[in-house]
Ligand binder design. Structure first.
Ligand code: HH2
Length: 258
């Protein structure tokens, strides 16, 4: 899954794809480089980010989805029902909701009615404050319990279980150690029976691991290392910014692991 953030302020690629034409080209390039789907988002969820209005989010992602004309498989990274509805009308097939259906009470109905796929992600707290001293007794057990409960809520709202994938939410209310423990024990999440999405790409934990306590991003090489490890532990979808490098590394890893 390639990432195209149509935002001025994303931690990872802020501003690079804010121009719709550039975002459309980036999405097409990612598809050429081997992405199976491109995740288009109009709201940054980086630590400390302020929310964006529905109108502003639609202004950002609408022209990009129109420009892609349904030719590129698209995931819409939104928590807002109105944005998801418009994106699905414009050809998106998956709704990637970082609030796991806790943000907008109308979103589950939109996904169910349109027969869309859905990604439910774990987050402790909210983006503005989530990185202030996150604590768990057992991060993996708590994330697993949360995802199981949100999967049940999605199914109760009429979304078929087969349409749902689950994501531990790397960096969303988690320390460096929490993030790596989630990968190390990913089998406890694959045991939930749904495809697991992992988005470690460029996250600050990678920069911190490599020795910079104030890092806000991580390098491509570190991202690839984390993605290959997640793949080996059973992740099905890797959400990444540098598609070519990840596709090459994952192709080699798949050949080696069999
Ligand atoms: N990470 C980000 C945004 N959306 N969705 C899922 N399912 N999993 C993730 O790990 C995830 C996500 C944050 O990364 P990015 O989009 O690069 O930055 P920003 O939120 O600042 O736009």
């Amino acid at each position: 899954m390639g990432v195209v953030n149509v935002t001025p302020d994303s931690f990872s690629d802020g501003g690079v794809h804010f121009d719709p034409g550039k975002a459309v080209s980036a999405a097409r390039r990612m598809l050429d480089e081997g992405a199976a789907i491109v995740d288009v988002g109009g709201e940054s969820t980086r630590p400390g980010a302020e929310p964006v209005s529905v109108d502003e989010e639609l202004r950002r992602v609408g022209p990009v989805l129109e420009g892609l004309q349904g030719e590129v498989p698209v995931s819409i990274d939104t928590s807002k029902a109105e944005v998801a509805r418009r994106a699905l009308e414009l050809g998106a097939e998956l709704v990637n909701d970082v609030t796991a259906l806790r943000g907008d009470p109308e979103l589950a109905g939109v996904v169910a009615d349109q027969g869309a796929y859905l990604c439910l992600m774990h987050m402790l707290g909210e983006p503005r404050t989530m990185q202030r001293d996150p604590r768990y007794d057992d991060v993996v057990a708590e994330v697993a319990r949360f995802l199981e409960e949100r999967l049940a809520a999605a199914v109760a709202a009429g979304i078929p279980e087969e349409h749902v994938c689950l994501d531990p939410g790397i960096g969303f209310g988690k320390t460096v150690e929490h993030n790596f423990e989630l990968i190390r024990r990913l089998d406890e999440l694959t045991a939930l029976g749904r495809p697991i999405v992992v988005g470690f790409s460029r996250k600050s934990s990678l920069g911190k691991l490599l020795g910079d306590p104030d890092a806000t991003t991580g390098t491509t090489a570190a991202s690839v290392g984390a993605a290959v490890a997640a793949y080996e532990r059973g992740a099905s979808i890797l959400r990444v910014h540098d598609v070519r490098e990840h596709v090459e590394a994952l192709t080699a890893a798949a050949a080696a692991l069999g």
